[in-house]
Design a protein around this ligand. Structure first.
Ligand code: GRG
Length: 302
């Protein structure tokens, strides 16, 4: 993959597509007649903004392996499923029992805008909605829908994102070695990013060799994303980030910046980006959007 600078925002087109699909959920059968306050809280957090990185990765991975075999509407449902899980994790991560944050995606967190019980329920409902969306795919065979649900469930649960959060919670205020820090982020952040890419590749009917290339890209990208997140937490500003910077340091959470220093963390992220780009080589020109996303991830300011 040749080196070229990232465009201003390689996620923009995918973001518009994903947001239209997310918005349409609230007029459809799956959420339309839910309890009004619960529905409002789900909608508030899901449509509050966000980069929509995970839907963009799903679309780009499908395109990189030859195009989604599902209908456009079903491909959008799978992208929405990933974003529902991601948004649920942000709502729960912000709760008083977790990070106790006031600001997310530039607006008050769900439990601040509504109340704690409603925020817990909105997260729970978004998690269930993700799997209901995958159960509602009507242009793919049952085996593929099951495979997609399995990928998302594994990445979300105790051996994935929630497992990573458990390591995080256990180490607040405690020293952490580099290997455990990396394991925590592979699970907490990397697993869902990996699921978005794997689901895209599954939708494209990728074979084992292609899936292995996507997996290698996903591992490097997931870690690069987290390292850059730590850099932004240490050096970003609230209006750009849409969340309170310095939150990790305030809670004496170990980060790549505390472990490596800011320069060291930036260099580490750049090296991971190079690894991600190298992993895409077997996929050729069709992987150019994935390469653009990798560059964006380590150059982003929010
Ligand atoms: C089940 C009670 C309970 C809690 C679960 C699993 C979990 C809480 C939290 C882990 C998820 C988490 C917050 C990971 C951090 C990853 C991260 C840096 C998220 C921010 O992602 P962006 O930057 O956000 O893609 P936007 O807003 O752009 O979508």
């Amino acid at each position: 993959m040749t080196e070229r600078p990232a465009g201003p925002d390689p996620l923009r087109a995918c973001r518009a597509r994903a947001e239209a699909a997310l918005d349409a959920l609230f007029a459809g059968d799956l959420v339309g007649d839910a309890d009004p306050r619960l529905r409002a809280a789900m909608r508030y957090s899901l449509l509050a903004g966000g980069k929509r990185l995970r839907p963009a990765l799903l679309y780009a991975a499908a395109d990189a392996v030859g195009g989604s075999r599902a209908s456009r509407a079903d491909t959008d449902r799978a992208a929405c499923a990933i974003e529902c899980i991601h948004t649920y994790s942000l709502i729960h991560d912000d709760l008083p029992a977790m990070d106790d944050d006031d600001l997310r995606r530039g607006v008050p967190t769900c439990h601040r805008a509504f109340d704690e019980a409603t925020a817990i329920l909105a997260g729970d409902a978004l998690q269930a909605l993700a799997f209901e969306l995958l159960c509602s795919l009507d242009s793919v065979d049952g085996a593929l829908a099951l495979a997609l649900a399995g990928t998302l469930a594994r990445a979300s649960g105790s051996r994935g994102m929630v497992g990573g959060q458990a390591i995080d919670v256990a180490h607040v205020g405690h020293a952490i070695d580099a290997a455990t820090l990396q394991r925590m982020h592979e699970l907490k952040t990397g697993a869902l990013i990996g699921a978005a890419l794997t689901m895209g590749a599954q939708l494209g009917g990728a074979g084992p060799g292609t899936l292995a290339a996507i997996d290698a890209y996903a591992r490097a990208l997931g870690l690069a994303f987290q390292v850059q997140d730590d850099v932004l937490d240490a050096s970003g500003d609230v209006s750009t980030l849409g969340k309170t910077p310095g939150a990790d340091a305030a809670r004496t959470k170990p980060t790549y910046v505390t472990l490596l220093g800011e320069r060291g963390a930036r260099d580490f992220a750049a090296g991971l980006c190079a690894q991600a780009l190298a992993a895409l080589a077997p996929l050729g020109a069709a992987a150019a959007p994935l390469a653009d996303i990798a560059r964006f991830v380590v150059e982003r300011d929010r």
